[in-house]
Design a protein around this ligand. Structure first.
Ligand code: SF4
Length: 260
């Protein structure tokens, strides 16, 4: 297996949360960010790692697949994709931070089989990769965590400069964008912060097909202990706070969902 072959930590069949229809989602392992609320901490390192389950059993997280192996796996559900308007979503970690040749070849092969491709991204990726994947991708699930760069650096460990730049690149390429906004009460849910985000999108003519506002949740946080790391907890938003944010975004976009 070539050393630049990415690691995968999960392949989820019959997913209904990662874009239209019924999809297979491939979760690649490795991410340039370290979001403090990340509910998939096993997705962050680019290398395999050991997870110790509650019963003491040790599990190796991260497996390499050839493109042929992935194609064989995902094409088993080709008919389901066609019937449901689904396809394959490439996720992570950060899929666009994987080896570019590998990801582009995987996308090309899926496209060749007329499989719809979704890209789930945090936007921190080489702009060249973003431009090139546009040739194959049907849509993007695009995370915009903080419009404010100081907050982005504080809570994710990285700047939002590339996130905003790559969003402009997608707009210039007429990509279908499903924007995903994580909601962390007291940090990015204020009316002022929502307006700043919406005004930036409007000023930059970003054509968003749907805005999904995602309430912070605590599922998956037990995985930190299993990896020997310490979890950080945030406040979970109340339903009425999510409704308020939804109404505020609806002043700018028609198609807003809570939870995606
Ligand atoms: S971008 Fe996503 S996968 Fe990466 S650290 Fe943040 S939440 Fe986790």
């Amino acid at each position: 297996m070539p050393s630049r072959t990415p690691y995968v930590f999960n392949i989820q069949h019959f997913s209904t949360h990662d874009g239209p229809g019924i999809r297979t989602t491939i979760f690649f392992k490795g991410c340039p960010l370290r979001c403090q609320w990340c509910h998939n901490p096993e997705s962050q390192l680019f290398e395999p790692e050991i997870m110790t389950q509650n019963d003491g059993k040790k599990e190796l997280v991260g497996k390499q697949y050839t493109i042929d192996e992935l194609m064989t796996d995902v094409l088993k559900d080709h008919m389901i994709y066609d019937q449901s308007g689904g396809g394959v979503t490439l996720s992570g970690g950060e899929v666009l931070a994987m080896d570019r040749d590998y990801i582009l070849e995987l996308a090309r092969r899926l496209d060749e089989q007329e499989v719809s491709i979704g890209i789930d991204t945090c936007g921190v990726a080489a702009t060249r990769t973003v431009e090139q994947i546009c040739e194959y991708a049907d849509f993007f699930l695009y995370d915009l965590k903080f419009i404010d760069d100081d907050l982005h650096r504080k809570y994710t460990g990285g700047s939002n400069h590339l996130v905003l730049k790559n969003l402009q690149v997608l707009a210039a390429n007429n990509a279908r964008i499903f924007l995903r906004l994580i909601m962390l009460p007291g940090i990015n849910t204020s009316t002022d912060m929502i307006e700043r985000t919406m005004l930036w999108l409007r000023t930059n003519n970003i054509p968003v097909e749907q805005v999904d506002i995602l309430p912070y949740h605590k599922y998956g946080m037990d995985k930190y202990a299993k990896l020997g790391r310490k979890a950080i907890y945030f406040e979970v938003p109340e339903d009425d706070e999510m409704q308020r944010v939804k109404s505020e975004i609806e002043k700018f976009y028609d198609n807003v969902t809570i939870g995606g």
